[in-house]
Design a protein around this ligand. Structure first.
Ligand SMILES: *Cc1c(COP(=O)(O)O)cnc(C)c1O
Length: 436
């Protein structure tokens, strides 16, 4: 057996732990994010060319789990998590440019991959504590539903979702509140960054943790980040076998979890080419890559609400991955796409090509349109992070007709929904948790 890979904190002040412990903890005890001691390298020839996505995931993740108690279950975990595909579909607008569709899971956004993998992993970890585990999740819209769906009705686990009241789409809000049972939805009078800060504060509160075992399910959890590498590896390997070239990706970006997974796949030695970050009007990353100092800030509300992040939590992992700042700035580009351009992209593609995208996907499509206009001919995959029907209040007025709703989403919309209001401060969450 190979040497077990251990995980340490981006802040360097927490002991190194095996992967299952890093997954169980979410955040490292020093407030940092867990990262592997070093990223392994993987030979593209190790993958079965005919295998489904779940097989690619198991092969890809094996070195990350080597020597861990979860290693023996990794195949089963992948089979349980990856029950739907992430197809590369050709686009009408730009021939030879595929779209990587990540919205075929139960809640119609890419978050289903990570949430289901995390749930399948946590289910198999021995719990030392007999009390139920409370999973806190701050969501800008899509994470909460994916995590709730993944843990719904699981014994010994309760899920508490915090989302910014009024800043998610009507269908997202309904989805978040429709679970009931072991899932509570809290609508916070603030922004996503408030929700994220409140969750971090609760997780870092030793006296609260002593009374109430807490974990997180945000994209800071390695249990979500690592599986997100799978669809990039699967798509890039498939493309490379067929075309003999690496595939570039344009990734709609908020907290930087999805794009970082793509960058890690390239670091492992798999045929991922360039990676571009598509952001909305929240320009923390675009400003940084344009040369400014890193300056996290308050988020502003946009049409691509799941990307309304002013302080991307995975930035610490990005800096760990590429410690040389000049190298990092050479390597990556990030562009900001405002609401007017999002609207225009959704409307023009529907009108001219009959293809409809969600507002997040539109930020990446906008970048692709500009690359093609500038004469770029290289193979880019546009990453489609959610189904447009989840954002009907934005998309339908732009395209002038109703969208068909995927069956899983329709079933959730048919259930009643309930969310409790909560003020946007750390003490309010602590009080709520202590009294429920
Ligand atoms: C979460 C989300 C994003 C942003 O992904 P990050 O990993 O936070 O960068 C983009 N699009 C959709 C639809 C999302 O739900």
């Amino acid at each position: 057996m190979s040497q077990p890979l251990r995980y340490h904190s981006t802040r360097g002040a927490a002991p190194a732990v095996p992967i299952s412990q890093a997954i169980a903890a979410g955040l490292a005890p020093d407030g940092g994010l867990y990262v592997p001691e070093a990223l392994p390298s993987i030979d593209p020839a190790a993958f079965d060319p005919r295998g489904p996505l779940a097989d690619t995931a198991a092969t890809l993740l094996a070195p990350f789990f080597a020597g861990d108690p979860l290693a023996d279950d990794l195949k089963v975990i992948c089979a349980e998590a990856f029950t739907f595909d992430a197809p590369l579909r050709a686009l009408a607008a730009h021939p030879a440019t595929p779209m990587l569709e990540l919205f075929h899971g139960p809640t119609s956004a890419f978050k289903d991959f990570g949430a289901r993998f995390l749930a399948a992993s946590l289910r198999r970890l021995p719990r030392l504590d007999a009390r139920p585990l409370t999973i806190l999740v701050a969501t800008s819209g899509d994470t909460g539903a994916a995590v709730a769906a993944a843990f719904h009705r699981q014994a010994d686990v309760r899920v508490v979702i915090l989302y910014p009241d009024g800043l998610v789409s009507p269908r997202q809000a309904h989805q978040l509140g429709c679970f009931g049972d072991n899932v509570s939805a809290l609508r916070v009078a603030g922004r996503f960054d408030d929700c994220q800060r409140m969750v971090k504060a609760a997780l870092g509160d030793g006296s609260l943790q002593a009374r109430l075992p807490l974990s997180s399910a945000n994209s800071i959890s390695l249990g979500r980040l690592l599986p997100q590498m799978s669809y990039y590896a699967h798509a890039a390997l498939g493309w490379w076998r067929e075309h003999g070239t690496p595939l570039n990706f344009i990734v709609p970006t908020g907290n930087l979890g999805n794009a970082l997974a793509c960058l890690w796949v390239r670091k492992l030695g798999l045929p991922v080419g360039e990676v571009r970050l598509a952001c909305n009007a929240n320009a923390t990353l675009p400003d940084y890559f344009a040369g400014a100092d890193y300056a996290p800030r308050e988020a502003v509300a946009t049409l691509a609400n799941a990307m309304d992040v002013g302080a991307p939590s995975n930035f610490e992992r990005l800096r760990w991955t590429f410690p040389d700042e000049n190298h990092l700035r050479d390597l990556l580009q990030a562009h900001s796409v405002d609401d007017a351009a999002i609207r225009d992209t959704v409307a023009s593609h529907a009108r001219e090509h009959g293809e409809v995208f969600c507002p997040h996907t539109a930020t990446a499509m906008h970048q692709l349109d500009r690359l093609r206009q500038a004469g770029d001919r290289s193979p880019w995959a546009v990453v489609a992070t959610a189904h447009p029907a989840k954002f009907e209040s934005v998309v339908e007025p732009l395209i002038g007709h109703p969208l068909a709703v995927p069956p899983a989403l329709a079933a959730m919309l048919a259930r009643p929904a309930h969310a409790e209001p909560l003020p946007a401060n750390d003490a309010a969450l602590r009080t709520w948790l202590s009294s429920h």
